[in-house]
Design a protein around this ligand. Structure first.
Ligand SMILES: Cc1cc2nc3c(=O)[nH]c(=O)nc-3n(C[C@H](O)[C@H](O)[C@H](O)COP(=O)(O)OP(=O)(O)OC[C@H]3O[C@@H](n4cnc5c(N)ncnc54)[C@H](O)[C@@H]3O)c2cc1C
Length: 400
């Protein structure tokens, strides 16, 4: 490791967890992520013989998902540990870190619903449940997250996915976009869709939808530039019927719940992309110490060292912001402008540091034989993921 974690709050348990996660990231996630990234057909990423399933198995065997599972754990200690876990896993491969991280996404929603059947089926501590957050629609990306903008409550914006109440059930129809992470393999969707179209997107509701129900169709996964190890795919709903108890909340609380969700999700994204920025920085330092030009390692050239130091400062600043926001958010309701600052700053940092790292690699930085071009592609996707950074800025800015 070329950087040191100088957080004085780390306990021996945190350090032990960090070492376990780092070893898993280095030995399992990094090689698997590279292999999956190179598959020309994204359908092969989720094929039965894919290395993806070994990754799930090893993750479960190591028990990383259980490190923060103890409900009696102090929330601040838990948040600090989550920052470490997310950073380390994303250092290995961010696409896989997101795939694995989403396995816990449904848990608080099911707990909030209090539905015993769903709790028993999807919240067993002995088995990972692959879940997804289905929000984005083919015709509405930013529209679905811009809670503070006037068009969010404009009924003229017609959603692609809606639910309606029929007797004791809700009937869900329409489509979610190909961008749903884990969309191709999830067992359960936390579905954000429109219930009252007269309020536009403000008339949304949150549903828990097992994805083996009749009427659900998932075509081929998405082929994309970065985070290729993360499977993404659209979900079609043809009159899918769910019991009324599968609705967690309706339009009355929808905007507030969405903003809170963005608060938690953006904080998590910040943590992950510190790991990506650090991976790019680590690759660049290692390369600069090996690559010889002018008879010396390029690390000895002043301008290269100066560039590396700027990268180092950015990674450290990103990590400091992320931990500050995460620790606050653990003890209080998230304040969305801080979470957004964490996501936007860290994803921009990851992209900038990865781009600088490519420059340090020279021509080799563009070659697929070297690892850095993948880090750049993975980082680029993050500036759109979980809300375009500009649109998140509209929401964060409105809270200043
Ligand atoms: C890697 C990745 C993972 C993702 N995972 C998920 C997931 O798990 N679940 C899910 O539901 N979605 C997911 N998404 C979708 C993501 O949230 C959307 O892509 C994002 O919200 C932007 O929507 P869009 O792509 O339709 O872009 P658009 O909304 O069409 O935006 C296009 C451009 O217009 C700008 N723009 C749009 N509206 C405005 C405005 N009002 N003011 C100013 N500028 C504006 C945007 O900034 C952007 O530059 C993921 C995306 C990526 C890339």
């Amino acid at each position: 490791m070329t950087s040191i974690d100088i957080d004085t709050g780390l306990t021996d348990e945190d350090r032990a967890a960090r070492d376990t996660c780092h070893a898993f990231a280095k030995e399992v996630l990094r090689p698997a992520g590279r292999e999956l990234d190179r598959l020309p057909d994204p359908a092969d990423v989720i094929a039965p013989k894919s290395i993806l399933w070994d990754v799930f198995k090893k993750y479960q065997e190591l028990g990383i998902h259980k490190l923060t599972a103890d409900p009696s754990m102090d929330p601040i200690a838990k948040a600090r540990l989550m920052c470490i876990i997310n950073e380390e896993l994303a250092w290995g491969d961010v696409g896989l870190a997101i795939t694995l991280g989403l396995c816990g996404f449904h848990q608080p929603w099911i707990e909030q619903s209090g539905n015993k059947e769903l709790l028993e089926r999807f919240c067993s501590p002995d088995r990972l449940t692959i879940s997804c957050w289905a929000l984005t629609e083919p015709d509405h990306g930013s529209d679905t997250v811009a809670v503070t903008e006037s068009f969010f409550s404009d009924p003229k914006l017609r959603a692609n996915c809606t639910a309606r109440k029929v007797g004791d059930e809700y009937v869900i129809s329409g489509q979610k976009a190909a961008w749903v992470s884990n969309g191709s393999i999830a067992e359960l969707a936390v579905l954000f869709c429109t219930l009252d179209p007269s309020q536009g997107f403000k008339g949304g509701a949150v549903f828990l939808v097992p994805l083996d129900l009749p009427g659900i169709h998932r075509p081929k996964p998405l082929d994309k530039l970065g985070q290729r190890s993360l499977n993404q795919g659209e979900i079609y709903f043809t009159d899918v019927r769910v019991p009324a108890s599968y609705m967690v909340l309706g339009p009355e609380f929808y905007s507030m719940a969405l903003e809170t969700m963005l608060g938690y999700a953006n904080s998590g994204m910040g943590q992950l992309f510190v790991g990506v920025a650090r991976a790019a920085y680590d690759y660049a330092v290692d390369y600069a110490k090996q690559r010889v030009q002018g008879g010396v390692p390029i690390f000895e050239h002043q301008s290269v060292r100066g560039r590396l130091f700027k990268m180092f400062m950015k990674v450290e600043a990103a990590r400091a912001l992320v931990r500050r926001v995460a620790l606050y958010t653990a003890a209080n309701a998230p304040i969305v402008q801080y979470s957004i600052a964490s996501k936007v700053f860290c994803t921009n940092t990851a992209f900038e540091v990865a781009s600088e790292a490519v420059q340090i690699f020279g021509g080799n930085g563009l070659s697929r034989e070297y690892p850095i071009e993948k880090v750049l592609r993975d980082a680029r996707a993050s500036m759109i993921e979980d809300g375009c950074n500009e649109v998140l800025g509209l929401l964060g800015g409105s809270r200043l």
